[in-house]
Design a protein around this ligand. Structure first.
Ligand code: LLP
Length: 400
């Protein structure tokens, strides 16, 4: 990705900016489709991970569905080529307007998180004279073994329907005349790298499904959420192991005739295709430590400050001997660091720095705090024709 011509292209651009390797995105989409097709699994991309219109258009061109968590995400997905019958609307706090909008647009299904929400969806559906497909999002009380800020399946989390509430719903199921409650939804967390966690999930899904069947509630689709993690330390591995992930479900998930199995991956599709490119403003030396101050901060990439996440950082301009640096942004907050004690080639003002694996939850979580300008976006496919003319491609420190 970062060959000499790309670097030359970067030189002219105002930093900071997001750079997307669309070739890698295509490869990742091909890989996930190929792996999912083996078991006839359906993929709904979680739009929240990256809602950039060009990225969404590429994803929808592979026939994927969309998992949306706001009316605006539904509208964006529709505008970017996702068809309504492949859009699912999730989220713990949908407004009445958003619910009505999703019903008017005839999306595939609403994932519901409480009995009160079922009542609201039912009355809006009734007013619209429609029958709406609903999946129940169950809180399975499973520890996803990931950062506590991205754990969603514990009973102490706000997400999903508890066993207690599920019993109430079953008792009142006949009162929801305008709902077709025929789906089950689970999502236990994000950036899950311990695949044993999914084994636990499958056991719980099987138990819930059998219990509902005993209550004569027919389930026609099971949505297993997203959560598959990516390798932030070795972005070179690039494409997540979708084969192993899906084959684990295939081995133990109980499926009955005619049932559809859905997944909602976000990060694993877009995570590795994006980088944040910044310039070094200053290198401070306080005698004990050297601190690189970049022109991007947590306004462009919040993950290190919010989840203590580590993203690989490389200097695109220097191949001098290594030195140890803290790497910080310009925001007036002590948490505005991208890394501590990072080894980089000797770095100076003006160097270009790439922060990797920023494709998921990077651009979408940007803010204008300190009245900063929202960063621009560039795409590898736009510079490809020029690359092809070149005979000599010099591989810099890092190549996708
Ligand atoms: N489905 C539901 C219901 C979700 O809540 C999420 C993510 C996904 C699917 C997609 O999960 P993924 O495959 O991307 O792990 N900002 C945090 C991540 C928040 C995830 C929120 N929910 C981060 O940067 O790590």
């Amino acid at each position: 990705m970062f060959n000499q011509l790309v670097l030359k292209y970067f030189e002219k651009l105002e930093t900071p900016f997001y750079f997307y390797d669309t070739g890698l995105l295509h490869k990742t989409l091909f890989a996930i489709k190929e792996a999912a097709n083996l078991y006839h699994y359906t993929i709904h991309y979680a739009v929240k991970a990256n809602a950039n219109e060009r990225i969404l258009r590429i994803i929808s061109s592979y026939g994927l569905g969309a998992d949306c968590v706001s009316g605006n995400e539904i509208e964006r997905a529709l505008n970017c080529g996702f068809t309504p019958n492949k859009i699912v609307f999730a989220g713990v706090g949908k407004t009445d307007q958003e619910i009505k909008y999703s019903i008017d647009e005839n999306i595939s299904c609403i994932n519901c998180e409480s009995i009160e929400e079922l009542q609201v969806i039912n009355s809006i559906a009734q007013a619209s004279k429609k029958k709406v497909r609903v999946a129940l999002r169950i809180n399975p009380n499973i520890d996803a073994n990931t950062h506590h800020h991205v754990t969603t399946g514990l009973s102490s989390n706000k997400f999903g329907i508890s066993q207690y509430e599920l019993m109430l719903i079953i008792k009142n199921i006949n009162t929801f005349k305008n709902l077709q409650i025929n789906g089950l939804h689970f999502h236990i967390g994000s950036q899950i790298t311990d695949l044993n966690v999914f084994k636990e999930l499958i056991k719980v899904v099987n138990t819930f499904q059998n219990f509902l069947r005993e209550q004569n509630i027919e389930i026609s689709y099971i949505n297993l959420g997203g959560g598959l993690g990516i390798d932030y330390e070795n972005p070179e591995s690039q494409i997540p192991d979708f084969q192993t992930y899906f084959s684990g479900f295939n081995k133990s998930l109980q499926i009955f005739n005619g049932q559809t199995v859905l997944f909602e991956p976000g990060r694993s599709i877009v995570g590795q295709c994006g980088s944040l490119i910044s310039r070094v403003l200053f290198v401070k030396n306080n005698g004990d430590r050297k601190t690189i101050i970049l022109d991007s901060g947590f306004t462009e990439l919040l993950r290190p400050a919010l989840y203590q996440a580590n993203h690989k950082i490389i200097n695109l301009s220097s191949n001098k001997s290594l030195e140890e640096y803290d790497i910080a942004g310009p925001i007036c907050e002590t948490s505005d660091y991208f890394g501590r004690s990072i080894l980089l080639p000797s770095t100076q003002r003006g160097d270009l720095i790439a922060i990797l694996s920023v494709g998921a939850y990077g651009e979408v979580m940007a803010s204008q705090y300190n009245l900063r300008t929202i960063a621009s976006k560039y795409f590898s496919e736009d510079i490809k024709p020029k690359l092809e003319k070149s005979k000599t491609i010099f591989h810099n420190h890092y190549l996708f």
